[in-house]
Every structure is written in C-alpha cells, then in structure tokens.
Write a protein that binds this ligand. Structure first.
Ligand SMILES: Nc1ncnc2c1ncn2[C@@H]1O[C@H](COP(=O)(O)OP(=O)(O)OP(=O)(O)O)[C@@H](O)[C@H]1O
Ligand SMILES: [Mg+2]
Length: 588
C-alpha cells in the first residue's frame, strides 16, 4: 500500500468510512432529539432540541461527505485529505468535481492501492463556460513503483485514454511521484527570428564550427539547435502532411544564411522549385546557395542520382586532396565550404530504383549515400534524409546508425517509435508520443544520441514556420499571421543571402549507351540527350563543370560557354523540347 498504516489513536485520523458511520449515527440520533423532548413546554429544552436538530443535520452532511470520500478510495486521498483545504478545492457544489471524480476512479480501478493523490499538484483552469476544468494533477506512489519504465508507459496510456485529451507526464522515480499537465508550454505557432546572414566565403567557412541550425522551440520558449559539426547527419521521419517540407525549408533558409552549399535531391520534383528554378530577374540563376538540384520525378530518377553523385564527388575530391592539404596547412586544412545534401522522399526513390534500375545500379547509388554518411562529416559534407516511415525498406540500418539525430514530425506511429529511434531513447520517445496532440501542425520530436558520450535525449518541440523562396504568404493553407511575419524575413534574410559558390553539373557531350543502343535498334531519336537513360556508373565517370563566373561588374552570372551543361539554361543539352513529351489529355 502506498499510504500509511491506519492510525487508530484518535477520531481525526480514522478512515472516512469510520467517520461517515460514526457521524451518521450521531447525526441521526441528534435528529431524533425533538421526539425525546416534544411536549415539554420548557423554552430552554425547546431551543436545545432544535439546536440538536441543526447539529444532527450538519453531522449527517459531513457523514455523507466522508462516505463519498470512502467510496472514492481510502488510500488514494491520503489520510489527511478530508481536513485539508485542498478538499474544498475539489468540490463542485456539493459534489466532487467531475474531472477529479473521473481521475480518482481511473486511479482506483487501474492502480488499486498504489497511488495517493498529491493535493498540491491538482490545478484547475477556467473552462470558459463559467466552470472549472482540471488541468494538472499528480500522485505519490509506492516506493520504487516508478522505476520500471513499463509501469510509466502503462500509467500514461491508462490515464490518457481514461481522461481523454492530451496530458504531458513528468515522472520522478527518485521521489516516487508523478504529475500530469494539460497546460502545454509549447506555443502552437512560431515564426523564426531573422537569422544573421554571412557576407563572404571566408566568414561562412569560419562560422561552420559550432554553428547550430535551429529546428524550433521547446516548452518554455527555449530554442532547439544542433551543430552538424557534432551531429553529422540527420534523418527526418514524417507521414504525409506531417510538415517535412515546411521543416526542411526552415532549415534551408538557415543554411543559406550561414553560407552553406546546398545540393537538393527532390523526390517529388516540385518541392524545391523555389530553390532550383531559374529567376529571370537574376540572370536565370536559382536562389543563392543551391549549387545543384536533381529531380526524382522521371522514370529512373537519374536527376536525383545526379545530385547524389555531385555531393559524392565533392567529398571524394576533398578526401583525395586532404593528405596534401594537411601537409600544406596543418591548422586550416579542413576549412572547406560546408555542404548540405538534402535527400527528400528517400523511401519513394528506393522503391523506384528497385524496379527501374538493375540490382548493381541500385547498390552503387545507395553505396554512395552510405559512404557520404560514413565519411562526409570529416570533409564538411552533411546529409539530411527524409522519409515517410522508418522501415528498413525505407532506410537501411547502416543509414540509421550513421544519423545520430532523428527527428520525427507529427505524432509518430507506434511502429515508427520502435524503428526510428535508438533503443535507449525509445521509452522517453514513447512517453512524449502519448501526450502529443496530432492536431497541432509543426509539432515534432527529436531524439539524439551524443556521438561522444553516447547519452541519449528526446524532446517535443514546435517547429518554425519559415518563409522560403517560392512560398507565398497569401497561400490560404498558410496561417494568416505569416502575412505579418514573412515579408520582413524575406527582405532581411532570404533576399540578403550572398552568392558565394558556383553551381555545378556534368559535362554531358554524348548520349548514354542505353539511348544509343535504342537508336541503333531503330527507335526514333529523341532530339535531345535523355539524362534519365544514363547509368549511375556513366554519371560517375562524367566530369563536373562550374556553371557560374564573376562577370565584369563583379556580379555572378552563368558562364555562357557552359549553358549547354546548365539545367537552368534553355540551351541545356538534356532539355526535352516543348511538346516532345506525350501527355494524355483526359478531358472529354
Ligand atoms: N511548423 C509549422 N507551423 C505551422 N504549420 C505547419 C508547420 N509545419 C507544417 N505546417 C502545415 O502543415 C501542412 C503540411 O506540411 P508539409 O507540406 O510540410 O507536409 P509534408 O510532410 O511535406 O507532406 P508531404 O509528405 O505530403 O509532402 C502545411 O500546409 C503547413 O501549413
Ligand atoms: Mg512535402
């Protein structure tokens, strides 16, 4: 039993049951007093008799109260409860408040004799309808009861489903107490602050060490940030509509502002349009920061593979020169421009490659990702993997183990909790999950395993809703407050990012073997080089070329002689002529 051994030394410490019976009997007998004195015309006796009736009635009401407390459970309220001022707090009129009643019933039926209500943790809030609603409560437990995380899980689940709503739990096993609150300190909507923007390449390289990108805010408004210098690579799991695109755009604006190079693998082929589309007002260049982008929309998703190959080759170049670099410049040999490779919809891409590529081709693409994850950090090449789930089919275990930071957007499914997170952090993630409100957009939880100490941590947060190139604050899907917050962010952050690095792509002078083979076999020529027909090996053998240069006025412009290798140029050799793709029009 969690409560103390019954004290029988006096009236006050007696059980509610004893008190109710005792007071009830006394009250009843006092009610009978007038019968004893009726008919005696003494005014003194008359007054005494009616006073006794009053006292009897009061004793009966006390008796009823103690009986109610007895029904709720002797142990669960603690022995001093009836006399404490907190008891009155729990009343609603003459009855126990309905929320408390429910809470105590759940506690009593599911955890009989294990819990004692902690009066000081009970909290109400105005329910907006002239009444009060329970928003906080807690229990003291049997010593040691809470040390078992399975017990904590069971408690969360039971109270969550028994009481309804979303409660956030705090367990304190060393003090044998736990509390639950509905008052989430997490804001429902947060816009990012105006990130500082670097001015030059050297500043960007220096900033890298220790620089943190911020994912949003935790309870209490604390900013949550991570340095990739420490955490290497990230995986983001989120079902459809969970907020992946919003999250990654928030991050990318920060990476751009910090002067990073971005390489984008766009699984759907339309999520990063704002980052890869040529801007006619800026010499047909995409926004500064993006140095390569590839779409996964085609049959084989080779544009996406092109993005992976670009990052892989950059890492290889850095790796190959690192020995000499170290000799030449022992202090600053690794001051490379930091690079972020974003691989969106990786689950869908792997599925596509499974059917569209040969086994060896798929292996070679995935091996590049594996190598980037294993070695990239030393060369400042970092990867963000985005997937809709955490099944091994979506993300092999070698990738999972090389991404020490996992972020889950939206309320994760039970299965995601099992698969997406390190074992050591699963109990905590499960607790957080239980209290997450799936209705709130932008909610996420991160779980990290410190690469140095091995310590794991998990926390819920509210992600920033950031402006990103190509987004509009007039979009009806975006909360209306964006119209106030985004214009200044666009002006002072997004539009201020300097162009520090050249874009790059491949020197594509010949058709792929597959395309030549098809033409030799009599298929009609396409009239352009189809990038999608290259094999990963062919792309890997291609030379990469820089697409931009500094013009006479100091401004960055596309290199005219590289236009045919530039995916943003109308002269790109792999551009399908307008109308060359057959599209079936379904309209009748
Ligand atoms: N941090 C946030 N704050 C406010 N609203 C958000 C936030 N994140 C996402 N949303 C809202 O949720 C909706 C879905 O987000 P998003 O498009 O990023 O989902 P997704 O995971 O990329 O979906 P899909 O898998 O379909 O691409 C958006 O329309 C946006 O309005
Ligand atoms: Mg998306």
């Amino acid at each position: 039993m969690a409560h103390q051994v019954r004290d029988t030394s006096g009236f006050a410490p007696a059980s509610h049951q004893s008190l109710a019976l005792c007071l009830g009997t006394l009250g009843g007998s006092l009610l009978l007093w007038p019968i004893a004195v009726w008919g005696f015309p003494s005014p003194f006796r008359f007054i005494i008799a009616w006073a006794a009736v009053g006292l009897g009635a009061w004793l009966l009401s006390r008796s009823r109260w103690h009986w109610r407390l007895h029904e709720l459970g002797e142990g669960i309220l603690g022995s001093d409860f009836g006399a404490s001022p907190a008891a009155a707090e729990l009343l609603e009129g003459k009855h126990i408040h309905r929320d408390v009643n429910r809470l105590l019933n759940v506690a009593k039926t599911k955890f009989a004799d294990k819990l004692v209500l902690d009066n000081s943790a009970v909290e109400f809030e105005d329910d907006g309808k002239g009444g009060r609603k329970l928003v906080g409560w807690g229990f003291r437990c049997e010593p040691g009861y809470l040390t078992d995380t399975a017990v904590q899980d069971k408690m969360q689940k039971t109270f969550q489903s028994g009481l309804g709503g979303f409660w956030s739990f705090q367990f304190n096993p060393s003090r044998d107490t736990f509390t639950a609150t509905k008052k989430s300190n997490l804001p429902r909507l947060v816009f990012p602050p105006l990130w500082p923007v670097v001015r030059g390449a050297e500043e960007a390289k220096k900033l890298y060490l220790g620089w943190k990108f911020k994912i949003g805010v935790a309870a209490g408004g604390e900013e949550i940030g991570f340095s990739l210098d420490k955490w290497s690579h990230v995986r983001i799991i989120g079902e459809t509509n969970a907020g992946k695109s919003v999250a990654i755009q928030n991050w990318m604006e920060q990476f751009r502002a910090a002067g990073w190079m971005l390489i984008l693998g766009d699984g759907k082929g339309q999520d990063y349009v704002g980052y890869s589309n040529p801007n006619p007002d800026d010499h047909n260049l995409p926004v500064p920061g993006t140095i390569a982008a590839g779409s996964g929309a085609s049959t084989r998703g080779m544009g996406y593979v092109g993005a992976i190959v670009t990052a892989y080759q950059i890492m290889q170049e850095r790796q190959l020169s690192s020995e000499q670099d170290k000799i030449d410049n022992p202090a600053g040999w690794n001051m490379y421009p930091p690079l972020l490779l974003v691989l969106d919809e990786i689950k869908g891409m792997r599925e596509k490659w499974k059917t569209a590529l040969s086994g060896d081709e798929q292996k070679s693409v995935e091996s590049m990702i594996t190598q980037l994850l294993a070695l990239g950090r030393a060369f400042r090449v970092h990867v963000v993997l985005l997937s809709q789930d955490a099944y091994v089919d979506s993300m092999p275990s070698t990738w999972t183990s090389n991404t020490p930071l996992a972020i889950c957007l939206g309320k994760p499914k039970d299965n995601t909790v099992q698969k997406a997170f390190e074992k050591s952090v699963v109990p905590k993630v499960r607790q957080i999950r239980e209290s997450m409100d799936p209705e709130i957009k932008g909610r996420g939880l991160f779980a990290s395993v410190d690469p140095i100490t091995g310590a794991s941590d998990a926390m819920e947060y509210q992600g920033y809703l950031s402006y990103a190139p190509g987004e509009s604050w007039d979009n009806p899907k975006i909360p209306s407050q964006a119209a106030k917050e985004w214009p200044k962010f666009k002006e002072q952050v997004s539009d201020k990012v300097p162009r520090l690095w050249t874009r790059m792509w491949f020197r594509i002078d010949h058709k792929s073997e597959a395309q030549r083979g098809a033409e030799a076999a009599g298929e009609p020529g396409l009239g352009y080089i189809d990038f999608d027909q290259f094999s990963p090996a062919e792309i890997l053998r291609m030379e990469r070329v820089a697409l931009d240069m500094r013009g006479a006025s100091g401004e960055i412009v596309p290199k005219p002689d590289m236009a045919k290798y530039d995916p943003c140029s109308p002269l790109y050799v792999c551009r399908a002529p307008l109308g060359s793709r057959r599209v079936l029009n379904p309209e009748l």
